[in-house]
Design a protein around this ligand. Structure first.
Ligand code: GLN
Length: 280
């Protein structure tokens, strides 16, 4: 039995080694230079990070990627896709970079490589201005909307369905058995419109997108930070992602990000795309 297990283990190790030697690392710097295009995948319903303005996708992430394309000396091509397909597209080499306010998480880092963090965020709860929901705990029994495949989705779905510990035992979620439901949407804007008519009681999304949705609601909505009952918060960091092992491209990305962070450009982009150029 032991022998069989060790044979299987050796075979598994060999497969991994072979895969990592021969495997293509998504779109390499060489591929990008040869094609003359830096293809970036995003989901353009997430202002100020990416949104459509005058029929064009603009925003903080796009401004960053413009600088990366400039550094490489190629043209930037931005594709607007479903958020939950971005990591797979990077892995398979359909796009070189994923830039969509993507929170760096250990699970995602198993699928792609992340750049240095370029900004931080928190989870926010959006409700109608006359709602009596005033805390995370008040979401018990409520109809909650989130963007599919996002950190908000994971947090709320786990709270409703519960999770499993390392031994496979069920751990009850905060809203399990309260009648709370989660509905998923392509982006937080499409979720928020369902607060009207009370199809949803609350929408959970990242801080700046939540604040902009509220600002654009003509006083219909308000939002507040998600704070767990024990006082803990949902600190997240955003990173750009590339295929695993695509180190040459990652070096360029981190060089550009370092420069943009140090010169205060990222903060400027955030202000510009929150106040000057804003989604319709
Ligand atoms: N930061 C969140 C996540 O990565 C949401 C990103 C987004 O909706 N574009 O899950």
């Amino acid at each position: 039995m032991k022998k069989i297990i060790s044979i299987i283990l050796v075979a598994l190790m060999l497969t991994t080694i072979l895969a990592s030697c021969g495997g293509k690392k998504g779109q390499t710097l060489d591929d990008i230079k040869k094609s003359g295009e830096l293809v970036v995948y995003t989901e353009a319903g997430f202002a100020p990070f990416e949104f459509v303005y005058n029929n064009e996708v603009v925003g903080v992430d796009i401004a960053i990627c413009e600088e990366i394309a400039k550094e490489i000396g190629v043209e930037l091509v931005v594709k607007d896709v479903a958020f939950n397909t971005i990591l797979g597209a990077i892995e398979s080499g359909k796009a070189a970079i994923g830039a969509a306010g993507i929170t760096i998480t250990p699970e995602r880092a198993e699928q792609v490589d992340f750049s240095m963090p370029y900004t931080t965020s928190k989870q926010y709860i959006i409700v109608k201005v006359d709602s009596d929901i005033a805390s995370y705990a008040d979401l018990a029994g409520k109809k909650i909307g989130v963007q599919l495949g996002t950190s908000s989705d994971f947090i709320i779905s786990d709270a409703i369905n519960g999770t499993e510990d390392d031994d496979g035992n069920h751990v009850a979620g905060d809203f399990e058995g309260t009648g709370a439901t989660v509905s998923t949407y392509a982006n937080p804007n499409l979720a928020a419109v369902n607060l009207e008519g009370d199809k949803l009681d609350a929408v959970v999304t990242d801080m700046l997108p939540a604040q902009l949705i509220v600002n654009n609601s003509n006083g219909a909505y308000k939002c507040f930070e998600l704070v767990y009952p024990d006082g803990s918060l949902t600190d997240e960091s955003y990173g750009l992602c590339v295929a695993k092992g695509n180190t040459e491209l990652m070096e360029v990305i981190n060089k550009v990000l370092t420069n943009l962070i140090e010169t205060g450009k990222i903060d400027e982009y955030i202000i510009y795309y929150s106040t000057e150029v804003v989604a319709d």
